[in-house]
Design a protein around this ligand. Structure first.
Ligand code: GAP
Length: 489
């Protein structure tokens, strides 16, 4: 920014706890996200994407899909069904192991995850400088999984440390119980156990069970990947933080099948590529992204890293990168009785491929992008709210604004809107002062505004106004389409 631009635009600093409140309100007011079934009082942790939200979500998914399938010579996509044969979930280990330890507070009737209570307690001890106590509790916590009764061990740790609920300060605890996160429903006319089906808790299993179908039909050779975007469902004990933790959400997953022994190399390569994608394709500030290595692994993984993002409420996961070994294919081989091995056509070797998984949450990413983009500043002495979204992510790519609504100026603007809308989502706005119209577009993250004015009628040029700097320049109206195409490359 030049000095004169700095004078025009002055940033206002914003307390992080205020940002969430403002985001939720903007999301509803401008049609990004609405509470689900709101006229009936809503439903906990369920949300609907509105007109702008569904456009922005589609942009995120398209960017992921292009990066992970179309630009990759050896990755193809599928779209598997949400409901699957229930044996899939026995084989995958989800029926037995996809549990969270749950504990209730009898007085407040609130429900918590026992492991989260202990982890928060350890963090607090460390923050307070009580390192010795923190190390002792940490060691006891790590020994829990080996205890003969893990639930009891968790309960005793909570009682022994006199851990209280972080939100209420109460600690009238019940015993710890395991709670399976899969939603069950019944298929068919009779609601007995024979018709039990599950809503998938991850999209990955649709890929594993289709391993041979995809490999054969697309003539794929190891190493190759299968990618998928789709809904997943989890009956989360602790919900909340807007769309951060929902019971129905969308995942963007890719399973990369490799020869055993080469998985670590593939894992590192995907770690690097996935981190770079957030910065290069989505324009997220790299200093807000962090790596986290898991000590406690999911039942299917032998190595796992998260990419975390600095949300206004803390640093939290947006994507997991997991080394899943041959766990899933070998389980499906055992439970289905079908051979899941790969035969190398050149060497004749037979093996069960190992899998490196990249698993991103679309809704969490949406929230990360919104909070990264939210900005309040003062332009020419006037307060404005702006979403500094990357043009590729922004729902509306440009606005067409006639200075005067009627007559030739209005007609020219309509002509420009019609030309641009063949390729881009553009908005036409002729209501209120030009300043107000710019503010409306800033608030939804529209990166460019084309204004049709008196000069347009004389020399066929329009002004293009840049959202971030509020500066303007003149370009030929006939060049507006190419201008946008170049900015979106
Ligand atoms: N197939 C592996 C898997 O599902 P995960 O770490 O449990 O791994 C992957 O989930 C991603 O899915 C997370 O990084 C997160 O972005 C998203 N996700 C998981 N649970 C979610 C929830 N309840 N609400 C919104 N997104 C969720």
């Amino acid at each position: 920014m030049s000095n004169s631009e700095e004078k025009r635009v002055q940033n206002t600093s914003l307390a992080p706890d205020k940002v969430m409140h403002k985001l939720v309100s903007l999301a509803k007011r401008r049609g990004f996200i609405f509470p689900s079934s709101e006229i009936y009082g809503g439903l906990s942790s369920c949300f609907d994407y509105g007109p702008l939200g569904s456009e922005m979500k589609k942009n995120i998914k398209d960017l992921w899909w292009n990066a992970m399938t179309r630009r990759q010579a050896n990755i193809v996509g599928i779209d598997a069904s949400i409901m699957m044969n229930p044996t899939v979930w026995e084989a995958s280990g989800h029926v037995a192991s996809f549990n969270d330890p749950m504990i209730d507070d009898r007085t407040t009737k609130r429900r918590y995850r026992a492991d989260h209570l202990i982890e928060n307690h350890i963090e607090k001890l460390r923050r307070d400088g009580k390192t010795e106590q923190a190390d002792r509790v940490q060691a006891a916590y790590e020994a829990v999984s080996a205890a003969p009764d893990a639930n009891r061990a968790l309960y005793e740790l909570i009682i022994g440390e006199a851990i209280k609920a972080p939100d209420t300060g109460s600690g009238d605890w019940t015993e710890v119980r395991q709670f399976n996160l899969m939603f069950q429903c019944s298929m068919g006319a009779v609601a007995d156990t024979s018709g039990v089906v599950y809503l998938r808790p991850e999209t990955a299993q649709g890929i594993f069970v289709n391993f041979h179908n995809v490999r054969e039909s697309s003539r794929m050779k190891v190493p190759f990947g299968i990618a998928q975007i789709g809904k997943a469902f989890r009956n989360e004990i602790v919900k909340g933080n807007f769309i951060f933790r929902m019971v129905e959400f969308e995942q963007m997953e890719m399973q990369y099948f490799v020869k055993p022994g080469t998985q670590l190399e593939a894992f590192e390569a995907w770690r690097e590529r996935r981190f770079a994608w957030y910065v290069s394709d989505l324009g997220i500030s790299p200093e807000k992204l962090h790596w986290y290595k898991h000590d406690k692994l999911a039942h299917y993984a032998d190595l796992a890293y998260d990419i975390k993002f600095e949300f206004p409420f803390g640093i939290e996961e947006i994507e997991g990168i997991h080394s899943r070994t041959d766990f899933d294919l070998s389980q499906h081989q055992q439970y289905s009785g079908k051979n899941m091995e790969y035969i190398d056509q050149v060497t004749g070797e037979r093996y069960l491929p190992y899998v490196v998984e990249t698993s991103a949450g679309c809704d969490r990413l949406f929230l990360a992008l919104l909070s990264d983009a939210y900005n309040e500043d003062v332009v020419d002495g006037e307060q404005r709210v702006m979403l500094r979204l990357s043009p590729k992510v922004a729902p509306v790519k440009a606005a067409v604004l006639p200075l005067v609504k009627k007559g030739e100026m209005g007609e020219k603007a309509e002509q420009l809107r019609s030309e641009l809308s063949a390729s881009f989502l553009v908005q036409y706005d002729d209501a209120a002062s030009i300043g107000k119209r710019y503010r409306r577009q800033d608030e939804i993250g529209t990166p460019f505004c084309f204004t049709v004015d008196h000069q347009t009628l004389e020399d066929q040029t329009v002004t293009v106004r840049y959202r971030d700097t509020a500066t303007q320049e003149r370009i030929a109206m006939a060049g507006a389409k190419l201008f946008l195409a170049e900015k979106l490359m």
